[in-house]
Ligand binder design. Structure first.
Ligand code: FE2
Length: 351
């Protein structure tokens, strides 16, 4: 996997953005989570006259339609953008990556959902996560849902990797507690899936183990959102993203994808809800996860898949079992014999 060229780490590292030579000299596109629209953060960024600023609403998961619409607007400005900056959680970071790739590769977002389909390096991109856990800052994908066919898949490519990162733990200070937990747990889940898969190897294991150790320190402590813990979580997220870029997820992410596609539940919360039905596949991690939920007094939504229509159950089955690569990684080539339709529906009803 391609490595990120430069990482600025530490409290207030964000301030370096305004001094960045490329950002100062070039037309820049900023994707900023709408959460920061009226905050100190946006006021501190110097936006030049021909820069393009877009506020990302991360209420819903990113769709290929969102990406195509914004790409069209950007192209209509006729400005030559040389830098794309993503500031926010996974959705904002992924949005910036997708646009960067599409500015140098013809076509629409749907054309690049898959593996190694992006042929030309994208526009220079800088990622600034404000939430830790998804690993979007270090991963080689940008997850998007194609609403036409229900496909939830990113542009998996070395060209999707950020060129630079600014990791500033002060940015995650105002995150709501539940969101901090769900998002941080995404890292935990990436790592346990990678470590339990058949594609594991010493490189991905090293990153996974380090990220898991940090995540455990954070969630087992008395104040998971302390300054020290936000620092740790930011590193854990980065390492977890590298781990998963060098390996594959397992059962949790495909089942969670079903919840996102069919019921519109955000990725990180959907993962946590999915974990409540994972005792059979990841028994030790299931027990640890449930203890951490309790310790941090997180109220997970339960019973969301109890009384759905037949079509919704069919859709949940299709949207989860279509992720064959991670499911083979976790359960082997014959995963369909384990994850029968009855079994999958039973899992969803357990949540
Ligand atoms: Fe994830």
């Amino acid at each position: 996997m391609k490595n990120i060229l430069n990482i600025e780490f530490g409290f207030n590292a964000m301030k370096k953005l305004n001094e960045h030579p490329k950002v100062r000299k070039s037309h820049t596109i900023f994707f900023v989570d709408i959460f920061f629209k009226n905050s100190f953060l946006i006021k501190e960024i110097l936006i030049k006259e021909k820069d393009f600023l877009y506020f990302v609403d991360s209420t819903n998961e990113l769709t290929t339609t969102d990406v195509n619409n914004v790409l069209k607007t950007i192209k209509e400005t006729n400005n030559n953008y040389e830098v794309v900056v993503g500031i926010g959680g996974g959705t904002s970071l992924d949005f910036a990556k997708a646009i960067s790739n599409l500015l140098t590769n013809k076509g629409t977002a749907e054309d690049y959902q898959g593996w190694d389909l992006v042929k030309t390096p994208g526009v220079y991109k800088i990622g600034i996560p404000t939430l830790s856990g998804t690993g979007a800052e270090s991963s080689k994908t940008c997850v998007m849902i194609n609403l036409q066919n229900g496909l939830k898949l990113g542009m998996n490519s070395n060209h999707t990797v950020y060129d630079e990162l600014i990791l500033d733990p002060s940015l995650a200070k105002t995150v709501p507690k539940e969101q901090f937990f769900y998002t941080g747990m995404d890292t935990y889940i990436h790592c346990i899936e990678s470590l339990n898969g058949s594609h594991r190897h010493p490189l991905s294991d090293a990153y996974s183990n380090q990220a898991l150790d940090l995540a455990r320190q954070v969630f087992q402590s008395e104040d998971m959102m302390s300054d020290k813990n936000r620092e740790k979580m930011m590193v854990a997220s980065y390492f977890g993203g590298v781990a998963i870029a060098n390996s594959f997820v397992g059962v949790v992410h495909p089942i969670s994808a079903g919840l996102s596609v069919v019921l519109g539940i955000h990725h990180c919360e959907a993962n946590c809800i999915t974990m409540t039905a994972m005792e059979e596949f990841y028994p030790a991690e299931y027990n640890e996860f449930m203890k951490l939920v309790e310790k941090n007094q997180i109220k997970l939504r339960r019973g969301l898949c109890q009384n759905l229509s037949k079509k919704q159950y069919d859709d949940l089955f299709d949207a989860s079992t279509m992720h064959e690569i991670p499911l083979k990684n976790a359960l082997g080539l014959d995963f369909k014999k384990i994850l029968t339709k009855e079994k999958v529906i039973e899992l969803y009803k357990k949540m």
